[in-house]
Design a protein around this ligand. Sequence first.
Ligand code: DAH
Length: 339
Amino acid sequence: MKIRINDLLDEINDFSADTLENVEAFRIKFLGSKGLLKQLFTEFKDVEPSLKKEIGQSLNNLRNSATEKINSLKNSLENNIQVEHNYGDLTKPEEPIELGSMHPISIVKNQIIDIFSRIGFTVSEGPEIEDDWHNFTALNLPEYHPARDMQDTFFIEKDPDILLRTHTSSVQVRYMEKNKPPIRTISPGRVFRNEDISARAHCIFHQVEGLYIDTDVSFADLKQALLYFTKEMFGKSKIRLRPSYFPFTEPSAEVDIYWGLETETDYKITKGTGWLEIMGCGMVDPNVLKNANIDPDVYSGYAFGMGIERIAMLLYQIPDIRMFYENDIRFLKQFKSVI
Ligand code: DAH
């Protein structure tokens, strides 16, 4: 009898059920009026008196185990049913899924990448935390160069200087250090300047840098590439290059596009001239090539840099640069239709 009781105890411990019907069948088998325990208690009458105490305890234990098992299985199965009830009306139509939208900075960045990749430019990236060499010195901006003041810098460490890059031109240097000409690359990225925040300026913004190095690259190549870009990006085919100064290019220029004077807004954004400045550019200074171990007697190249926010503001008539970073859903939602 002891062996049978132990076997039944194992059976109870191993039992599991996934429906209430199975639990009920199990209850009837063990605890029902003609169940196993009933039989065992009947047989118990004939047990030798010296064993009665021990076997009686085992039998009680067996009954308790069966009862506990049944209760706990019932409990968990019933609770599951409760959870199912919380699903509510399963025949109700689904709530529509809100479609997200790309951020205007991403939209414009991708457009620029797309346009330049069609004429063979690849995309390259560099770190946002830079050293002095890549952000300034290698770009022909040695220590104490007055042009360093053009870009108010956030410094992280002094001597040696570690800083947040002030422009994506730093990626030019990194790219030239790792790749030999011919080079055709654009480098989009985030840049940082210690400037007062206003409707037109922010301390964090985005730029795209372009770099083209090969033998016999001339200013005419630069102009053609820019003309192609402005046609594709803005649908405008009149540009002008105004002489300017950047330490890393010689000669340097600023690029204006003829925006037109058709609407009142055109008058406002072009200050009545019809012209809009969109980027800086020039022929890479021989010193910059030398700093990246490229022989300026063999190679020449052009570079350009533009602000993504500025272009997005023009394209989408966004009046305040701060709107890009506030993540106001009413602003962002307006770019849903643009991919
Ligand atoms: N790095 C310049 C800036 O942040 C933009 C620029 C101008 C980049 C001329 C160039 C360039 O590559 O040739 O204002």
